[in-house]
Ligand binder design. Structure first.
Ligand code: URA
Length: 209
């Protein structure tokens, strides 16, 4: 089935989802949006107030910073897909609860399966530990992590960067690594012969970064 159609079907399901309590508090669900054929996917934590009001991911101040950083590496929103672990805004932006994460997880799994990106950039600690439980953002940001299912590149959350210039500097430096990582991942998949698929599926990957 066409990727776009699969994503649209998931979106319809999100719009009527009542698997956890969060739909009761939210104005709009925020399923995620972008290029269904994206090689690069960004995953954040959960919608904030502006996202809740519009139904679109990363459209507030953090989203503007994300767009500026994309521009710096020669990309724009329409090149990538952007989503969140949690699709409805938690009340008062509180941290998502374990049962809410469990209820929402199959949706992101299906979205990522449909898009099949080369690289997932996780925005902030929460999104990173969703993919990689042992992760520590201060240690792991800016390093490529291979999980059994995905290649993940954790970076600081743009909202944290707006609050703290140290995080802003690290976020910009990490973003600048993205084009080279994508290039190396493309080269690796082009070179990989079907018989040599024996790579290590956990831990950090030596991309020389
Ligand atoms: N923060 C997030 O984690 N996600 C959004 O969509 C907006 C802000």
């Amino acid at each position: 089935m066409d990727k776009k159609l699969v994503l649209e079907q998931i979106e319809k399901n999100v719009k009527v989802c009542k698997k956890c309590r969060l739909y009761k508090f939210a104005k709009n669900p925020v399923p995620g949006e972008g290029n269904p054929n994206a090689q690069l996917v960004f995953v954040g934590e959960a919608p904030g107030a502006t996202e809740d009001a519009t139904g679109k991911p990363f459209v507030g101040r953090a989203g503007k910073l994300l767009e500026a950083l994309l521009k710096e590496i020669g990309m724009q929103r329409s090149d990538v897909w952007i989503g969140n672990v949690i699709k409805h805004r938690p009340p008062q932006n509180r941290a998502p609860l374990e049962d809410e994460i469990v209820a929402c997880a199959p949706c992101l799994t299906l979205q990522l399966k449909a898009i099949s990106p080369k690289l997932i950039v996780t925005l902030g600690r929460f999104a990173m530990t969703y993919f990689y439980k042992e992760g520590k953002i201060t240690r792991d940001h800016g390093h490529v992590i291979k999980t059994p299912d995905y290649t993940v590149f954790p970076v600081y959350h743009p909202a944290a960067a707006l609050r703290n210039p140290v995080f802003a500097k690290a976020l910009r430096e990490d973003f600048n690594k993205i084009p080279r990582i994508l290039k190396e991942l493309s080269t690796q998949s082009a070179q990989r012969a079907p018989s040599s698929e024996t790579e290590d599926t956990s831990g950090q990957v030596g991309l020389g970064l």
